[in-house]
Design a binder for this molecule. Structure first.
Ligand code: R5P
Length: 308
């Protein structure tokens, strides 16, 4: 992928921990890979610095937003610093977009944090590229973000992985929200799928219905069950589903998540629960990353840079 030389120059900055994707985007799009520093003062406040020439440039900041409270202020300061250093426009590439799950006040006195964080980020950047944000009661990013947003779908890359590595599988979506991803992946991979019902009683208390998989047992060589979800956070959703699959006669399940949030010991807990393999897309750097989305993210960024 090459960039149209008539477009304004563009510079890629990485927030700490995002260097791999920033390097890939710079390489794939032929952009300057600029330097920015982010550090903490002893009192915990953030200090940022754009350490390259961005005058007249489109700047894109790469910052995936898991553990967002550690990153949001520094990210918004870096966007401001880029503008003050002369950037023409500032875009955000946040492969994992945090604060999308609290889309309503679940209890009296709470707030729909998704709306507030969207407003803050919309005030800081000119455009946004992300991957499969958790859209449930908010149907589109445009409902809460006021800047142009592009959503990159992980489904084509996940389906390609399945076609190559697990062509004889049955996909399982653990809840109604997962239906959109699992259905898309299944049709692209030419595989059957089922969607379960889930009730969450607390952060770590999840009840998932028992999958009806009898027909996959009767049809000859048993299919490998593959759990597909957008976010693996505490992993309780997947662990509960894996527990239903034990003793069914099907091979041990494979778990695929888009976003490797993995709170605390979640990754180890999921492996210990009986999953044969746990793999994720590289929207959050994690040892489980097996499916790269750098190519489709670069294509989405190129469209924003070319739109000026
Ligand atoms: C929520 O509905 C999402 O699609 C995921 O199912 C959920 O975020 C997984 O969370 P956890 O890993 O904590 O069960």
């Amino acid at each position: 992928m090459t960039r149209d030389t008539s477009m304004p120059q563009a510079t890629v900055l990485a927030m700490p921990g995002n260097e791999t994707l920033a390097d890939a985007l710079a390489r794939l799009l032929g952009l300057q890979r600029g330097e920015a520093t982010v550090r903490r003062f002893l009192d915990g406040e953030s200090a940022v610095r754009v350490a390259c020439d961005v005058r007249g440039h489109d700047v894109l900041i790469v910052c995936t937003l898991h553990q967002p409270d550690d990153k949001l202020i520094a990210l918004m300061l870096l966007a401001a610093a880029a503008r003050e250093a002369g950037a023409r426009r500032v875009g955000l590439v946040a492969p994992y977009l945090a604060y999308m799950r609290q889309d309503i006040a679940f209890h009296p006195g709470e707030t729909a944090s998704a709306r507030h964080v969207a407003r803050w980020l919309s005030a800081a950047v000119d455009w946004l590229v992300t991957v499969d944000p958790h859209l449930h009661r908010i149907h589109s990013l445009g409902d809460v973000y006021t800047v142009p947003c592009t959503v990159v779908a992980a489904a084509p890359a996940m389906a390609a992985w399945l076609r190559e590595h697990l062509p004889h599988a049955v996909l399982i979506g653990p809840d109604e929200e997962s239906a959109q991803w699992v259905g898309d992946v299944a049709s692209r991979a030419g595989l059957p799928h089922v969607v379960l019902d889930k009730v969450r009683h607390g952060d770590r208390q999840v009840q998932v219905s028992v999958p009806q998989l009898d027909r996959w047992l009767r049809e000859g060589a048993p299919r490998t069950p593959v759990l597909v979800d957008d976010i693996i956070s505490t992993a309780r959703t997947m662990i509960e589903t894996v527990s239903h699959l034990r003793g069914t006669g099907l091979p041990p399940p494979v778990c695929i998540g888009v976003h490797a949030v993995f709170a605390q010991t979640a990754h180890a807990d999921l492996l210990a629960s009986g999953a044969a393999r746990v793999l994720t897309c590289d929207t959050i750097a994690h040892p489980s990353n097996a499916i790269t989305l750098a190519g489709p993210i670069a294509a989405a960024v190129a469209a924003h840079l070319g739109k000026s």
